[in-house]
Design a protein around this ligand. Structure first.
Ligand code: DNO
Length: 340
């Protein structure tokens, strides 16, 4: 595996120079975060970002992510135009030598938490989710977490449009999208890595389909293209106790293009909070996941995922430097211990 680290550019309190000092980290996961869905990624900006990362002695390994426009997820008439833009963006990644693209197919919202600063017994803070709290969120459209609304539509229109979209319709729209983009990804040498839904169940009545082993098998069966694969996210899938993560790694091994590793503690039905990475801290058995990745000869990028806020750090929820650096070191330690 290649150990990587997510960097949010100049709004990130962690600099590339600091990230480089984390033992074993060689790759950066980044994006042009300010480019809205449905727009072309300017070639010059991709190039500048890559140059900056390389000047710091790191490689630009993964683009996470390019949001999929809602017209595509909704299967609207304008989707072909949007798919064409997505294709052009994939080609631009290929030109820039960025080999992996992480993306998701969650309607309207990306990952969702109900508490961004839940205090743990040790005084650190972490993100938490309690499904019961969703009922109290008066206007989900005001949620602080990443939601990628296209500039060219209103929340009211989108809400209304999703009333007609059930899970099967979303599956059909995902299949249509993949058929449109995979040939270009193959040609460009870009491996697509579909991120599972986080949390892996429906929220606000919106369909969510990338939730469990059966769903991953179904999505992979849509195409045998070598460009078609997964982001294996232990925290997203692991929020549902029925998901056997090591078994899923063994089953889908060669189709795992990117791995997100983190831990969480389940506190009730559809309730959890995030924790430090070690097995001692939560319910996710990362040693077993790493062993499974070793057994399938995983060579792709892997990154520590959300961490707590520790040592007084403030910043982007889930993405402080310190706890993720501890996570990176833990993951590398597991990997070395496996003789991998
Ligand atoms: C959260 C991330 C996600 C991920 C997107 C990929 O921390 O894992 O936001 O980047 O779902 O499209």
């Amino acid at each position: 595996m290649q150990l990587t680290f997510r960097w949010f550019g100049h709004r990130d309190p962690a600099s590339l120079a600091r990230i480089r000092q984390i033992p074993g980290v060689t790759g950066i996961v980044a994006a042009l975060y300010d480019v809205p869905p449905g727009r072309l990624l300017p070639r010059a900006r991709l190039h500048a970002l890559k140059t900056e990362i390389e000047a710091a002695g790191l490689t630009f390994t993964v683009l996470e992510s390019i949001p999929v426009h809602e017209d595509i997820k909704l299967g609207r008439a304008a989707r072909d135009e949007q798919i064409d833009i997505y294709r052009q963006n994939i080609a631009r990644l290929g030109e820039a030598g960025i080999g992996v693209l992480c993306y998701n197919f969650m309607p309207l919202f990306d990952w969702m938490r109900t508490d961004l600063a839940f205090t743990l017994a040790d005084g650190s803070t972490t993100m938490a989710y309690d499904d019961r709290q969703l009922a109290h969120i008066a206007d989900p459209w005001e949620a602080e977490l990443p939601a990628y609304f296209p500039l060219d539509d209103s929340p009211e229109n989108l809400k209304a449009a999703y009333r007609a979209i059930d899970e099967e319709a979303l599956w059909a729209n995902l299949a249509y999208f993949l058929a449109g983009v995979l040939p270009v990804a193959e040609e460009a040498g870009v491996r697509l890595a579909l991120h599972p839904d986080d949390p892996p169940w429906s929220i606000f009545g919106l369909p969510r389909i990338i939730t469990d082993e059966a769903a991953l098998a179904r999505v992979l069966a849509l195409s045998a293209s070598p460009a078609h694969g997964l982001t294996f996210c232990t925290g997203s899938l692991g929020a549902d106790p029925r998901n056997d993560l090591p078994a899923m790694v063994r089953r889908f091994g060669p189709r795992i293009h990117f791995a997100h590793c983190r831990n969480l503690r389940r506190t009730g039905p559809r309730q959890f909070h995030e924790t430090g990475h070690p097995r001692a801290c939560g319910d996710i058995d990362l040693p077993a996941v790493m062993a499974a990745l070793r057994d399938v000869n995983f060579t792709g990028p892997l990154r520590p995922d959300h961490g707590r806020m520790i040592w007084g750090e403030t910043g982007i929820p889930g993405y402080g430097l310190y706890d993720r650096a501890l996570g990176a070191t833990y993951l590398l330690g597991l990997w070395e211990g496996l003789g991998a």
